[in-house]
Structures are given as structure tokens and as C-alpha cells.
Write a protein that binds this ligand. Sequence first.
Ligand SMILES: [Zn+2]
Length: 95
Amino acid sequence: MDKHSLFVQVANLEERIGELYMELGALRQKILELIEENQRLSQENARLREAGPSAGEGYENLVRIYREGFHICNVKYGSLRTEGECLFCMSFLKK
Ligand SMILES: [Zn+2]
């Protein structure tokens, strides 16, 4: 058996494992971020549900949540506003 080619194969494998390991680390980080975001949205959702029933205070809560960057309209309820102002939210606030 050619010892040199065996050595080269092992070295290549080692390199690929190193790359995979780094990829795995990046994925783990991404998952952590998604879990955190999901948690944050769940909390916002709970707050939105609480804010819904009580009128006066609820309205101020909704305005604040909207300004913090979340949808309060029933179209995208509780999700992050990524496209600037939302006409549905705005018309909801005017009611
Ligand atoms: Zn909206």
C-alpha cells in the first residue's frame, strides 16, 4: 500500500472534518438566534393578547408595540415589521 497517498487521504479528511466542524458551529449559532427570536415573539404575542381586551391602556400598549417594530394588525399580528410602516396597522390604530 502506498503510504504517501494514505497520508494525503488522511490529511484531506482532516481538513474536511475541520470545515464541517466550523459549519456545524455556525448552524448551532443560527439555531440559537432563531430560538431567541421565537421566544421574543412569543412574549410579544402574549403581551398583544393581554393588551387586546382592555381598551384605553390597551391602545397605548399597541401604539408602543407598533413603535417597537411589531405588527399589531390582524394581517401580520405579532410579527416584526420589516417593510416600514404598515397600512393595516395604521388604520387599526385610527379606529
Ligand atoms: Zn401590520
